[in-house]
Design a binder for this molecule. Sequence first.
Ligand SMILES: NC(=O)c1ccc[n+]([C@@H]2O[C@H](COP(=O)([O-])OP(=O)(O)OC[C@H]3O[C@@H](n4cnc5c(N)ncnc54)[C@H](O)[C@@H]3O)[C@@H](O)[C@H]2O)c1
Length: 299
Amino acid sequence: MSDINFDGRVAIVTGAGGGLGRTYALDLAARGAQVVVNDLGGSVDGKGGDHAAAQKVVDEIKAAGGEAVPNYDSVMTPEGGANIVKTAVDAFGKVDVVINNAGFLRDKSFLKLTWDDLDAIIDVHLKAAFYVSQPAFAIMKENGYGRFVFTASNATFGNFGQTNYAAAKNGLIGLSNTIAVEGARSGILSNVIMPVAKTRMTEELLGSFADVLGPEYVTPMVAYLSSEACTTTHGAYSAAGGRYARVFTGLAPGWFAGKGASVAAEDIAAHIEEIEAQEGYIVPGSTTDEIMALAGLFN
Ligand SMILES: NC(=O)c1ccc[n+]([C@@H]2O[C@H](COP(=O)([O-])OP(=O)(O)OC[C@H]3O[C@@H](n4cnc5c(N)ncnc54)[C@H](O)[C@@H]3O)[C@@H](O)[C@H]2O)c1
């Protein structure tokens, strides 16, 4: 097995003061990366703030002989995002890797959801990833190299009490896929991780099952996706307890009414089984792939 190292690479890990982000920062630093350890501190529902979290991880990295600087900005504002990237440039001269990981929960069943809970979750998971990634993308494009990892969740499959979180996390898949398309010519790869791991965010929810789901099982997948060795882009991967698996949106062949046919709701009802059938799907790598598949029907 060849060694995966980050010699000469600069990585930003948001929300790296604890939980999964801390393990990514430690692993990348141990493999030679210069790391910006971003964390606002604060509680699991996004309240408060404390510099100690990021500083402690920087101290750990340095004690192990690695290189890191802390950043305490919130990812939730454009200024915060820009300053996180500036911290990397000021300290290490560039950015090669961005692991968008920071986040918190505001779970409520749909009818109890307040607009504050919606805004906070869209801001910290979805908009934050734009705020950090756009200034980093500019630098990566100029350098002809970059790796993005966005953190989604199996909540995107639908999970009671997580409308805000599931919607924000699903948005990240569209963001990553489009960055993969726009970055393709500049050596920029973009992928999504969907972790399941025991952290302060999940340990109550997962109960005793949490004990076999250590964060250390998610870290290798994220380190791979962040590395020069990574060969994939436009992907999403579930990582949990030592099981790693692709998650994708497939486009099935469906039912084609025929060129110029008139179609009514009754025709849809009559063909719903063909429309629902999941065999023979493709996994579009871009919008163009669907348009091409569609155009093929009209030739
Ligand atoms: N643990 C899981 O099973 C699981 C499952 C699916 C998705 N996730 C996602 O993984 C990521 C990491 O979660 P975790 O489980 O390690 O939880 P965690 O609470 O341990 O870590 C999240 C970190 O983000 C930081 N943070 C919160 N708001 C911030 C802000 N505005 N600016 C900067 N930092 C901020 C927190 O201080 C914390 O250190 C999150 O995006 C979470 O939604 C986790």
